[in-house]
Design a protein around this ligand. Structure first.
Ligand code: ZN
Length: 683
């Protein structure tokens, strides 16, 4: 191998003047005399031991002809905290051929040195390697050792006596190959957003995957060659390190939301069935003014330093019973990012969109009468309040989460405009967030062409079509920020290894979804919903907040499986932060399946992040809030949007429409695997 790369450089003869030649001759003679011994030795080596010498040079070249690995770019949070970086590790390489070429001289001292310095290496192993692959110049004895573990051996190799002679000249044929290994100082934190890498610096999942090429660099190389004077010369081509991502994530917010999810999963563990507190819980925190994601997490984090370890989710027995495919499927299901890959029916969080559409098109009336039921397409589709809310203004219909009013509004809007606006709000389209694996929902919504009266009616209150969390949160942001739709994103800047900015990723509104006037009205309704309506239990005292609850049934209406949610923002005047919580199949009794679960979690999150973000209190604290707060929370929560399993679903299960467009079944969709067709090398 080394001989192929060997290059002999021929130098052009240099012409000297007579005077210079004379000077050079004097100088040269002097050097010759002092190095006479060495020159003689070189001649001897060339002529007598030429072959053996060449072998040694070749093996030196093998060492000299090395790849110098680049460092993959780091991933930082918005304030510069390192979320993913690199640590240098070393492979221990044996040059079996070199050792075997002079067995008597090298074998014993080299083996002894290896055994002394690497406690887990055995003599049998070494002798087997040298015997089985006698001509190998590249036998990997150990992989990815930290520097501390090779340091002792390196010192032993370099040790010299007082005269400057090597103490262990016969320890030969061992060298170290440097590599970088990905390191995640916060282990599982933001695992779904970050993703991990295989040994070949190939990103799997998350930003590591999406920005793989940006993060990767170009290896350098060290070339060794013999010049015309038979000296080994080295040329180094420096590696080009990868670019670093500065994300919009805030490590503190990320920590808070992951803690809240974990608490929920533990609090309701084994409550109604064996297992964690929910099938899935997802939380998204973002800036509604520019689409920056501050935090994104779900209930299935994994250790980025050990992404192949299933032990947090499966017993050893289960793991042992898995086939390779089953193991990969299981890993894939854990690596998925619920916030972008799973789809579900949004439920009542979709109601503000129906109202916004009505206001924008000017097609809705000022009030609607709710008698508790609408007869549509042969179905009795009921309201939360079965005896009817009575006269509902638009504001009141949002506060009460009145299905009857929404159905009448959708009827007034008509399918043409209703679906035109679903498209404007980007439902059915990918947000193109900078993460891999975003679910497609185009087949999971209706169009004006394929809808019918019943579907339009149920769509008006968020059923019978699917969204992803990131889709709903991005569209919702436009409802409350004056009407601007921003592409949600996680990276705001790309820098080089010197910290110079390579690219600034500016937040640009992609489109205007509604007018400022409509946005202001919606904000007002959502404010009232939290201060006086069904979202009351999300209220953090002292802060103006807006928001909307959501409850939807999953799959077959008879299954009584629910996805409950809450989306909220603060402050109302100029919203700075939006929190969206989705709980899929909470592990609680049927009577307690309500959006109050999500509302409570949202409140807990807001309570911690509003002060952290330096968002000032803009409302008077109620006099009695210290004593009644918690109580009131759960009370108000039970009012909810009434879609909980108290035998009071949004419409009755008997013969209710339960068909998704294009055969979708309204259940959360199975996302495509991340490691699709990848049987990656375990790091
Ligand atoms: Zn009603």
């Amino acid at each position: 191998m080394a001989s192929v790369r060997r290059t002999i450089k021929r130098r052009e003869p240099v012409k000297f003047s007579r005077k210079m030649k004379k000077k050079l001759l004097v100088l040269f003679s002097f050097v010759l005399i002092s190095l006479g011994g060495l020159v003689g030795r070189l001649v001897y080596i060339e002529q007598v031991k030429g072959e053996e010498y060449e072998k040694q040079v070749l093996s030196q070249q093998a060492y000299g002809n090395q790849t110098i690995p680049y460092q993959r770019g780091e991933i930082l949070d918005a304030k510069g905290t390192i979320l993913a970086s690199n640590v240098a590790v070393y492979n221990v390489i044996l040059d079996c051929k070199l050792i075997n070429d002079d067995k008597d001289k090298y074998m014993k001292p080299t083996i002894a040195a290896l055994l002394k310095c690497f406690t887990d290496v055995t003599e049998e192993e070494l002798r087997a390697a040298l015997a089985d692959q006698p001509d190998s110049r590249y036998f990997v004895l150990r992989r990815k050792l930290p520097y501390e573990e090779i340091e002792v051996f390196q010192n032993l190799q370099a040790e010299k006596d007082k005269k400057g002679k090597k103490k262990n000249p016969n320890v030969q044929g061992v060298w170290f190959e440097k590599e970088y290994k990905r390191e995640h100082p916060y282990n599982s934190l933001a695992s779904k957003v970050l993703g991990f890498t295989t040994s070949g610096n190939e990103g799997i999942g998350g930003l590591e995957d999406y920005y793989n090429d940006t993060l990767n660099g170009v290896n350098g190389r060290q070339y060794g060659y013999l010049n015309s004077d038979n000296n080994v010369e080295k040329t180094i081509k420096e590696p080009i390190n990868g670019k670093t991502l500065v994300t919009t994530l805030d490590i503190n917010i990320q920590t808070i939301i992951e803690k809240k999810i974990a608490e929920f999963q533990e609090a309701h563990r084994d409550e109604e069935r064996v297992g964690a507190g929910s099938e899935h819980t997802g939380v998204l925190v973002m800036n509604p003014q520019n689409g920056e994601i501050y935090g994104m997490a779900d209930s299935h984090p994994y250790d980025l330093n050990h992404p192949w370890d299933l032990s947090s989710y499966c017993s050893q027995e289960e793991i042992d019973s898995f086939s390779e495919q089953e193991r990969l499927d299981k890993l894939n299901s854990i690596w998925q990012n619920f916030c972008i890959t799973s789809t579900y029916e949004p439920g009542s969080t979709a109601k503000p969109f129906t109202v916004a559409t009505g206001l924008e098109t000017g097609k809705i009336k000022e009030s609607y009468y709710c008698d508790g039921v609408e007869k549509i397409g042969g179905y009795d589709i009921k309201c939360v309040n079965r005896s009817g809310h009575g006269m509902e203004t638009i504001e009141k219909s949002v506060m009460d989460s009145c299905n009857d009013a929404m159905m009448q509004m959708a009827d007034d809007i008509g399918e043409e405009d209703f679906y035109k606006y679903q498209n404007i709000f980007n439902f059915g389209l990918r947000t193109n967030i900078d993460l891999p694996g975003e679910a497609r929902t185009d087949k999971l919504i209706y169009t004006a062409e394929n809808t019918d009266k019943t579907s339009l009616a149920t769509n008006s209150f968020g059923q019978n079509f699917n969204v992803t969390m990131v889709q709903l949160a991005s569209a919702f942001s436009s409802l409350i920020n004056g009407g601007y739709y921003y592409q949600p994103h996680l990276v705001k800047k790309i820098i080089d290894d010197q910290g110079n900015t390579v690219q600034n990723i500016e937040a640009i509104p992609l489109k205007q979804t509604l007018s400022k006037q409509t946005s202001d009205k919606i904000k007002g309704y959502l404010y009232k919903t939290v201060s006086e309506g069904t979202g009351k239990s999300a209220k953090v005292p002292g802060y103006s907040m807006g928001g909307k609850t959501g409850t939807a049934q999953k799959g077959n209406r008879d299954d009584k499986k629910y996805v409950v949610s809450f989306i909220g923002f603060a402050p109302v005047e100029e919203p700075q932060v939006l929190v969206y919580v989705v709980i899929d199949e909470a592990n609680v009794q049927l009577e307690r399946q309500s959006s109050a679960l999500a509302t409570d979690m949202t409140k807990q999150i807001f309570s911690e992040i509003l002060p952290y973000l330096n968002i000032f209190q803009d409302e008077e604290l109620p006099q009695d809030q210290t004593t009644s707060e918690g109580q009131e929370g759960s009370q108000a929560g039970n009012e909810d949007d009434g879609n909980q399993g108290t035998g009071d679903p949004e419409y009755p299960s008997e013969g209710a429409p339960n068909v998704m467009p294009d055969g979708g079944d309204g259940t959360t969709q199975e996302p495509e695997p991340l490691g699709d067709n990848v049987i990656p090398e375990e790091p």
